[in-house]
Design a protein around this ligand. Sequence first.
Ligand code: SF4
Length: 452
Amino acid sequence: MEVFQSHRKSSSNNVIVSILPFYRSAPPLEVRLEDFEFFAMDRLRVLKGISDGLCRGKKPEEMEKLVVDLWKANMRHPQAVEEVNKDIISHFVLRLVYCRTEELRKWFLSMETTLFRHRFRLESSEAQRALMSEFKLPYKAVSNAEFESVKDKLGQVARSMGQNLPAADAIFYKVPFEEVPDLVSGRRVFIHKGHAYVAMNQVVSLVVTQFRSYISKALILTNRKWTSTIREQEKDRLTPIVEALCTSYLGPDYSQPQEFGEISIKDIDQVAKTSFPLCMRHLFEKVKEDHHLKHGGRMQLGLFLKGVGLKLDDALAFWKAEFAPKVSAERFDKEYAYNIRHNYGREGKRTDYTPYSCQKIISVTPGIGDHHGCPYRHFSEENLRAALVRMGVSSRAVEDVMDKVHNRHYQLACTLTFEAVHGSSCDAGINHPNQYFIDSQRVLQSKNGSVA
Ligand code: SF4
């Protein structure tokens, strides 16, 4: 297997260099187990950022900037060769992670293709040509004689798109028209006898089609290898990492209260109204109404409250008071207090348990009588609409939120709710209920000069 090395033009030896690989084969490198996981998580941050950008309907120019920023933040390394290695290793690890179901393959293929498209566009035309020849794409530039014979037609197409006429030294590729479907459907290419004449600045479409089809086939092959051998062979080492990666939470740890410090019991009612995301508002309202919550709800709300800064003594007092109409003090101490202390790391293995991320909450399946989970995923449409109206979301914004819900973009639906309720944008999107809380407190603080 081979690592594709740089191809950008070096002034000393006139070699064209690019750092964009085609991921034809896994690198022959020894990879440390922690790099295997960390590199993949960094790439996942890039792909998830792209996914959020697409779901939010960002324009191509905005996507280009987003891709550059995400890549810079997560994948850059001062040494080009290390960056190339990380790029390739992380791609192959995620290929294993995302080859395992049709849905995962579809998502990965779409995000990797978008990433590749933007990275290719950012290459100079020299490097793009070098990449095309390195990838052995079977396309030849149109000869001068042929260019002269179709120059007028190419000019007509350029004019119809408001572009300048092709210069005498312009490079065009002649390709079967079915290989550039987006150019054909957009009438952005001259077609003659089954061939499309693709200008150098449109070549990205050609390369992306090849890339997509190659990765799509590779994912199927990887899936076969995964199910026939790798999963079993690696069951004690790589398999657990691979299986956990596609649902891993990539954001900050909210197990300790962050910038807004402690929340005391007397503030809870107020902050629940202003700064709790819908999942936690719902649990909070339910515990007040029913004076009880089942285990899943107590865990989801209890760990969230710990993350927002409710101290152990206050947490015990809060749950005890809320349960009091149904649960005697003695029974509470016997049956419930242990679990609360456990969540704060004061019992059992003394692990400090982490508040649940959106991904974890969205992926649960609440049973009858449970109130935990994510309302955007688990509520009926009618209940969700009513809950949004109670939060003060305008009817127009409710429609936007429901549109995201119908497309199963639950975190984006929550982000739009945040934006509608706070009148402030949330570009990073909502990934964690405690992030919702902190962002909300920040906005309220900047509006009022004080929190809560
Ligand atoms: Fe809670 Fe996250 Fe669902 Fe929002 S998206 S309601 S924060 S689980």
